[in-house]
Design a binder for this molecule. Sequence first.
Ligand SMILES: [Zn+2]
Length: 444
Amino acid sequence: MQPVFSLWVTRLQNSLQSKHRRVLAVVAVACSVLGGGAFALANLETGVTGLQLQQVVESVSTATLPSWQAEKPLQLFRSDVTRSSDTADSLLSRLGLSDPEAAAYLRNARMARQQLIGRAGRMVSVQGDGEHRLTRLTARWANDKSDQFTRWVVERNGDGFVEREESAPLSVSTRMGNGTIHTSLFAATDEADIPDSVASQLADIFAGDIDFHRALRKGDRFAVVYESLEADGEVLRTGRVLSAEFVNNGKTHQAFWFKEPNAKEGGYFNADGVSLRRAYLASPLAFSRMTSGFKMRFHPILQTWRAHLGVDYAAPTGTPVRSVGQGIVDVAGSQGGFGNVVMVKHANGHTTVYAHLSRIHVKRGQSVMQGQTLGLVGATGWATGPHLHFEFRVNGQHKDPLTMARQSIAVEVSAAAREQFKRHAAIAQVDLAAAASTQVSRAE
Ligand SMILES: [Zn+2]
């Protein structure tokens, strides 16, 4: 079973006990009668999506409980997530329905074609009758960056179906979690049931201090507080990380999201009000599930080449390579052992080198921002497998990129906003401490 936060489960159970204790028992019986016990009860255990449970409870409580067996035909309630391989028939059948008319309706409905069929990851809830025919279908999705979500409902109406589309505001809730690195960051966030986008944000937030490709150590720990955007209790999107702590190799790094009253954008600051955004990123590759799991599959012949004055990152061909800092492109082309190479000139005689690229996306003389894509990982030049060779030079001398990133200058919260930041950070510290001490329990 997946691990869960005891806190979350406790909250769920409390709300169930206070409001729906009797109904829950009925639901449990109904589920086992219908052979669908796995869907509702498993969700109580995993606690991942409170939605499905709420759906079930609501629906039953609106029925006339004492007489449902005698007067009403059996009702089936079930939820599942769409898959990219889904057809209208396969989706309905996975939801426990056998209803050619409903399948035909979904095949022809514009909304279903655009938003559900062939699109992975959408939660669909259905209600069916005793003959496994569709009574009602509900699907919800968020609209890009908007703070609204769409609720699409199809209901049986006599011989046909009616549909309606509603829009409602997403509700924001705060979630917390923690984990310990045993093999990789993603393995740890998976284990703690923390979404991928939070793992990526963590790697981004601490990108000036920790090279997540090279510097993670077994036993490193993290705690995080983040926003979750929900529709009718269903998590539709993960929002921003609000605060985070990362203990890397025994050193504690903290980050607090803060927006100064007159600033256009917010950012992450440590407890002393110093921005975590540095002149240089520690790594030229964005951290992702893909790059984190990619192992060197080739002999490191380059170890002997020019005493190997750079850092090699194994990554699949086509992985974007980003400029670690703002600067001007000095070289963009093919150059001997480097293959396709980009060199970027920064301030103070600093130059960074990105070699063996499969593609180059910039031109000589062009200015680039920190994080801007320069090209794609490849195996051109003296490389026996796809990887990025990266160098940091100061007036021609090779330096450790991680050291350069950590040393680079960072901005501080302005004097005017300092008191406000202190109060904000003090409160966020409490949340973070709670996140760090949350017990990760396992539902057996
Ligand atoms: Zn190299």
